[in-house]
Design a protein around this ligand. Sequence first.
Ligand SMILES: Nc1nc2c(ncn2[C@@H]2O[C@H](COP(=O)(O)OP(=O)(O)O)[C@@H](O)[C@H]2O)c(=O)[nH]1
Ligand SMILES: [Mg+2]
Length: 718
Amino acid sequence: MESRIRKVVNIMYEKLTASLPQENMSDEIKYLMNRLLTLKTKSSLDPIYIGLFGSTGAGKSTLFNAIIDQQFFLPVSGSEACTSCIVQVNNTRGENYEAKIHLLSLEEWKEELKNLVELVKKPEEEEEEGEEEGDVGEAVQKIQALYGKDAETRPYGDLLRAKLLVNIPAKKFILLKAAQAKELSDKLDSFIRCHNDKDVEEPAQDDVRTKMRLWPLIKYVEVTIPKSDVIPEGVVFMDIPGTGDYNSKRDEMWKESINKCSVIWVISDIERVVGDKVHEVLLTESIKAYQGGMCSDIALVVTKSDKLHLKEYLRERKVNNIPIETKHDAILERNTTVKVKKSRGMKKKLEKTLPSDSEILHKPDLVYTVSAKEYWREKYLTKEETEIPKLREYVRNIYLKEKKQLLMDYVTQALGIVLLAENFNSTQDMVNHYRQNDLETFVEERIKALEKEIEKCFAQLEQPLNEGVKKAKSSHQNVYSQLLTRDTGYQGFHRTLKAVCQNNGVYASRIFARIDLNSALAQPIYDKINPMFANIFRIQRGTRSSLKPCLDMFKDSVQEKIRDVGKRSKVANDNCKLKFFIEETNIILSTLEREILKKKLDIYQSLPLSIQSDLQPYYKEADKIQGQQACKKMRNILKENIEREMNRGLFERAKEKMKMRLQELKNMIMTRLRMDISTMLKLALSHREELSERLPDFQNEYTEIERIHVALQRMRRS
Ligand SMILES: Nc1nc2c(ncn2[C@@H]2O[C@H](COP(=O)(O)OP(=O)(O)O)[C@@H](O)[C@H]2O)c(=O)[nH]1
Ligand SMILES: [Mg+2]
């Protein structure tokens, strides 16, 4: 269907350009040409992003490789550390494998270096010896890779003047190409593994060494694979590390990537999913994306289901009535247990945040238990039992669902255009001057009524917001005692605290996971507003309190009025003007809905952003503290000032920010509707006598587009 509709659009465009003089086109025709051109050049229907979201070592890359049926493709971390950057994998119609490694600019690197130097600085009061681990260890490795041995002991200013051991290419990216998956994988591997060859002091001259030293500068990697049998074209996978990053540029990307995903898979390995809390944090992050971003589906994917020690399992096994003898049976039994338990936990969490009748709460499968290892080996499990095929099916279903919607939008656009062209060609009039006025008055009235409805809809947030502010005020102490005093048993916390201040309250530490003081302070407000927020912005036909039914009602009433005007003017139901009106209102509203979906993020994030900007001076102040008891002093500065700001309306201001963003959204909706509908009326009322041009005959194209449109509608209903 897609290729057929594209062909028709192309033919229309060619016919139009061939028959019209290129100069002195009337505005109406220009408009028509532009719409057609936009549709024609829309290279593919928007990609669908699926995020694999999990900590390093969870098995994301291995899982991805199994899904695309390439055992050795994305480099797997194994025992050696890999840089944990975002990897985006597109599949296209091309023949080749390609990887584009995007690098930080020198400026972006300098900003990161400042943080790294702070992290590795040893304060007087601390006397650790031996190998450093976690954040500090990584910081040391990064500095050494780019400036050589012992560079971590040099001051920041010194390093700034020093020459890097590698050159940052002017293009800021490195392009790798290969004909085979394995070949690209090998090339990529040497870039993203963090091997520091410690003996080498001289600047990296040859290729190999440059590669080996570049890893600290990697911002993200974009991989392109050829057309695949297992993954539909247009599906983009994103390998997203769990904590974000302490480089603010990478952290920005991290957030953007999560918010871009239509589907988020939280990845956790089976041994950690039971005790560890990391996947809980990731789940919370994913639900945020569901609220603010494009995400409409979340699943927990538990990896490495093959990792099971039969004897241990049997000893600890609680249900003893059914005997189990083989590892195969034990794995399957544990899979079921994990699914039941984790689904329950996930549901509980989702129920707290979303309206109780949300689609996601009624999905049959929230949890998958997979084994990529067994997928290749088939020693204990069959391919089916590894659940890799099931995940592929999942991807296919999501793809079909979204693609159908995208294609429907595309076809509706095409239909709108061909109807407009027909309309320009027709001599028949549907609306006389009197009825035109009537129609315009009606639309303006409906827009005003809609404005009231939207205000009422947003006003539902008022009470939860107030409750949230109250709650935030009474619980802020928990927040900083939880976040700022985690140093029990670990001496390095003041470095982390320093980094938190340096980055305005946000720091992605490898050890303490993600610390976000601003979001943590706003959390009680979120807890109160979440279900209502989700309800207002839900995409499915929601309850009466949602935004969508307000817009639907507006659309229905305008379309009804148009039909009514048609009836009074005695035009047939298939009159092209009448149909143009109907389809064009569909397009206007669905475009608007997509805009709203994008704007939603600004609204949702307004709370912590407001808090962050209010607290910025104190982060700066705390950041300057040096010497004895620095940690305690920093903590006190934050604590006292947060308290004071709170009494001066920190949370109230955050609330007002959110309301302001909602107001802006409402205004945007009003402006857009007025503008688009007035354009539509103007276009619909132009006809042949007024136009200097004669358009070619589009009857065949019209019939073809309409046929596809009807077929698609029928498909959607079934
Ligand atoms: N036993 C077992 N090990 C796995 C499986 N999937 C991944 N691993 C191992 O887990 C480690 C981390 O995998 P990787 O895909 O690099 O994780 P990532 O950091 O999340 O991308 C590697 O040593 C893999 O071999 C699995 O299904 N079974
Ligand atoms: Mg990986």
